[in-house]
Structures are given as C-alpha cells and as structure tokens.
Design a protein around this ligand. Sequence first.
Ligand SMILES: Cc1cc2nc3c(=O)[nH]c(=O)nc-3n(C[C@H](O)[C@H](O)[C@H](O)COP(=O)(O)O)c2cc1C
Length: 191
Amino acid sequence: MSSILVCYGTTEGQTAKIAGRIADGLRERGHTVETVDLSTSDPADPAGYDAVLVGASIHVGGHQSAVRSFVDAHRETLAARPTGFFQVCLSIVADDEATQAEAAGYVDEFIEATAWQPDRIAVFGGALRYSKYGFLKRQVLKRIAKDMTGDTDTSRDYEYTDWEAVARFAADFADFVEGDRAEPSEPSFLE
Ligand SMILES: Cc1cc2nc3c(=O)[nH]c(=O)nc-3n(C[C@H](O)[C@H](O)[C@H](O)COP(=O)(O)O)c2cc1C
C-alpha cells in the first residue's frame, strides 16, 4: 500500500471532480490518498508521499498558475517518485485533429516550462457549465464551444468527461506504483 497525493488546480470544479474520481479508484486498490486543491490550500510537502498525481485545467490556453508554482517548487521531489499529470480541457473533444492537437500542445508546453517529466499523462474532456458562468464568461465560452464542440445552447450544461477513461488512468497509475507493469520507455499518454 502506498500513500498518494492527488493535487490539482480547478477553476469551475471539473478537475476537482476528476481528481476525486481518481482518488476513489486508487483507494479501491488499497492506497491511502489525499486530494488537495492547490489554489486554496497549502499542500503537504510531496516528499511525504510515495507517489504524486498533479491535475490542471485549461483556461484561455493556460493552466492554473498555482499548479505551475507547485511543480516548480517541488521538481526534484517529483522526479524522485512515480508521478502523473492529468489535464482537463475542451479541445480534446473537438471533432477536428488540429484542435485536438492543441490539447497535447498544452501538455508539451507545461512539461517544457516546468522541466518535469511525469511518468503518466492523461488528457480528459472537461465541462461547460453555462449555468454557473456570468454574462461575459458565458459569451466567451459560447465562442470557444462553437469551434470545439458546437454546443452553444447556453440554457443547459454539458459534461464531456469520459469517466471510464478516468478509471483506466487511475488503474494504470496504481499498476505503475505497485510495479505491476512492463517498464515503458516513454511516458504513456491516455485519453
Ligand atoms: C473562461 C474559460 C476559458 C477556457 N479556455 C479554454 C481553452 O483555451 N482551451 C480549452 O481546451 N478549454 C478551455 N476551457 C474549457 C475548460 O478547460 C473546461 O471548462 C474545464 O472543464 C474546466 O475545468 P475546471 O472546472 O476544473 O476549471 C475554458 C473554460 C473557461 C470557463
């Protein structure tokens, strides 16, 4: 049994929801898991955990700065234990490959900027919560959604997260932490 930190940045809550689901999956495997919102909490030192997952969502092309700061501050600690990164965004659920590629581009940019190479990487579709946005944000998201999902009906919310993919990611990370896997030469990228 390992102790695992699942920490994340979230702006409207979808990444927190995904982090919770990943934590549930890891607990089912017998691990002790702590979830921490990096933007509102002072996270425990990751050195106190056997493994660490870091999540972030994309807003206007960037991740939460609190996540970037956390990785910058703990780069060496992260490099010394099993780690994974999961990103939540809309571009991954777009029909066209160019927009989908933007999602991978955000991951590449994050890895380059932080010089942290996670062992496991996943990108999940997020959500459109029109009911929670103020007027301006709703207009911005309507424009973004027009290109990415086509879902511009602001009278309802949309959730694009593939929960089975989330469960697979948790199971894959549990395998990795437990050492019950073939050693990959490259980090794996699930979606
Ligand atoms: C103001 C705003 C800007 C966004 N910009 C992007 C973007 O540039 N690319 C993208 O793929 N998704 C974008 N999204 C979609 C979010 O990544 C998606 O809603 C996600 O579920 C948010 O996760 P969170 O609730 O954890 O913050 C944006 C969402 C909002 C509200």
